[in-house]
Design a protein around this ligand. Structure first.
Ligand code: URA
Length: 255
């Protein structure tokens, strides 16, 4: 009995769609349980029940989350038409339908979560979760305190103002080393934040996602998150959502 969960949660957890979309599919007669159409929201299903969504049978995989240290030159994707290496190539021993949670650029290394839990991925990626990600950037010229303060307050990029963030100069000089923590996830955001000051990022590494730190995890290596880390991550996102801190660019523009 404890193993039973609501049908819409079971569908969302498979990663094929959000819980809201799952509810729509259920009420639109697109979902079968044990080969019989089930259009009742909240129907409880167990791992032994066969759930079919729009012709696709869901598998009953164990739900896992890995912290992966993505090397440079690897795509945050599950496949690439041009034959480049993708993050899931490193997980071939696992019979799960894994995918990356969000993305890191091809030429950015570091922490990325890999999972088969679609609901958790949606929660983490949702802008209202305000999950802080920390990066270490090496930039080509001097990055000074004045720039750091301006960056912290928010700067105007082509797609709007950046939200307040934390910036720490580790080394300033001909080549500066800067730690930056942001909770937005716009395309090439950190690189563009330095470009604003006319600086080019020579190397970029994500060192943490929320409280999950890379520490000494080697490039190309991964570790499974513990159940308590996963629970804490979920709670952190839910608490931030409730607090509804400063609206992000996405929230302001797309509701
Ligand atoms: N910001 C970037 O510029 N690149 C990344 O990969 C992540 C954040």
């Amino acid at each position: 009995m404890e193993d039973k969960i609501r049908l819409q949660k079971r569908i969302a957890a498979s990663g094929i769609c959000s819980r809201r979309k799952a509810e729509l599919l259920i009420t639109a007669n697109k979902v079968k349980v044990n080969n019989v159409i089930c259009n009742k929201l909240g129907t409880l299903v167990s791992p032994l029940d066969c759930v079919e969504v729009d012709g696709t049978i869901l598998t009953n995989e164990e739900q896992v989350v890995f912290l992966f240290n993505k090397p440079l030159g690897v795509l945050s994707s599950v496949k690439d038409d041009r034959g480049r290496k993708v993050v899931t190539d490193f997980f071939k021993e696992y019979p799960y339908r894994l995918f990356p949670v969000g993305r890191l650029d091809y030429n950015t290394s570091g922490a990325i979560l890999i999972t088969n839990d679609g609901e958790l991925a949606n929660l983490i990626m949702h802008p209202s979760s305000h999950l802080e990600k920390t990066y270490v950037a090496i930039v080509n010229e001097c990055f000074n305190q004045e720039m750091a303060l301006k960056m912290e307050k928010g700067i105007l990029l082509s797609d709007g103002m950046t939200a307040p963030c934390k910036v720490k100069i580790i080394r300033s000089g001909l080549e500066s080393k800067v730690e930056i923590s942001i909770h937005e996830g716009r395309n090439r955001q950190v690189r563009r934040m330095f470009e604003y000051f006319g600086l080019a990022v020579k190397s970029l590494t994500r060192t943490s996602i929320g409280f999950i730190k890379l520490n000494d995890l080697k490039r190309g290596a991964y570790r499974k998150l513990t159940n308590s880390e996963i629970e804490m991550l979920k709670n952190l996102c839910l608490i931030n959502k409730k607090k509804n801190v400063i609206p992000t660019y996405k929230e302001k523009n797309f509701g």
